[in-house]
Design a protein around this ligand. Structure first.
Ligand code: UDP
Ligand code: MN
Length: 277
């Protein structure tokens, strides 16, 4: 296809939950996410946007979970852009002081999220990072306008100034995609938190979703008063990943990691039985 997206089957809905997978580790995350979305009883498509680096063996379990698979490639960004957003360069220029990123996280790959604006076969798309879990049905978001996202809250009130790009509502449009590419890769461009910084700049008047639509795992220990299991729609494992054997915060986050493992094993968790922070 000229637009560079290739699907394994037709759509079944005008709406889709879409995640992105560019390597084996995020395929692990996507499997748990796909299962969690299915448990909410949605009629929307569940789509995995993946790049050529992801093998058939990794895709088969995702297809078995009912995902529509859409193959793509990273964006055709310039060498200068790719250098500036390489892992070592980015971490050097804009270090992560608040938490750790696993070694399998490649910052440049994040920008491939923008490809979902090419998916004009859908009227609305809700994007979800592969390190999220849907705990409650979110279908009402398909009636929301572009662009909706929750604030990047996990430490203090100042966090409300920034959005988090792990969950957002978008309206696919070729024109929007083209405008994004034109703005993204300008000479000297440096988006310190990659797609997140870019999307906030592209949609400066973003509509704020309640934090419950993107509850960041650090809230568990940093802002426990905000935690209410009965209200959380999407749980997001920002920074350290629950499937990573090396997780310096594993003890602090054990309740959340154990929950992720239930979903990853294809189980049905008892959300009402979870303890408060
Ligand atoms: N992603 C990916 N491969 C990468 C980096 C990111 O597939 O090397 C995708 C994946 O869906 C991931 C999302 O982009 O969940 C954003 O990255 P991540 O969740 O690691 O960032 P964080 O939420 O920790 O800021
Ligand atoms: Mn994430």
């Amino acid at each position: 296809m000229s637009r560079g997206l290739e699907a394994n089957r037709p759509t079944e809905s005008r709406f889709a939950y879409v995640t992105l997978v560019t390597n084996a580790d995020y395929a692990v995350g996507a499997a748990a996410l796909l299962h969690s979305i299915a448990l909410t009883g949605t009629g929307a498509d569940r789509v995995v946007l993946y790049t050529g680096a992801v093998t058939e063996a990794l895709l088969a379990p995702l297809a078995a979970l009912g995902a529509r698979l859409v193959r793509t490639e990273l964006l055709p960004t310039s060498d200068a852009f790719n250098d500036a957003h390489g892992r070592a360069r980015l971490h050097g220029a804009a270090p992560f002081a608040k938490g750790g990123k696993p070694p399998f996280h490649t910052p440049l790959d994040n920008f491939a999220k923008l490809r979902l604006w090419q998916m004009e076969e859908y009227e609305r798309v809700v994007f979800l990072d592969a390190d999220t879990l849907m705990l409650q049905n979110c279908d009402k978001l398909f009636g929301y306008p572009e662009f909706c996202a929750a604030p990047n809250v996990y430490e203090s009130l100042a966090d409300f100034h920034r959005m988090n790009s792990g969950v957002f509502v978008a309206r696919p449009s070729r024109a929007t995609f083209d405008a994004m590419l034109a703005m993204l890769d300008q000479p000297g461009a440096f988006w310190r938190r990659t797609d997140q910084t870019f999307l906030q700049a592209f949609f400066p008047d973003w509509h704020g979703l309640p934090v419950m639509y993107n509850m960041l795992q650090y809230v568990w220990f940093a802002m426990p008063a905000l935690w209410d299991w009965s209200q959380i729609k999407v749980l997001h494992f920002q920074y350290e990943k629950p499937w990573d054997a090396v997780n310096p915060k594993a003890d602090q986050l054990s309740v959340l990691i154990d929950l992720w493992k239930v979903y990853a094993a294809g189980g049905v968790p008892d959300l009402a039985a979870l303890r408060a922070p």
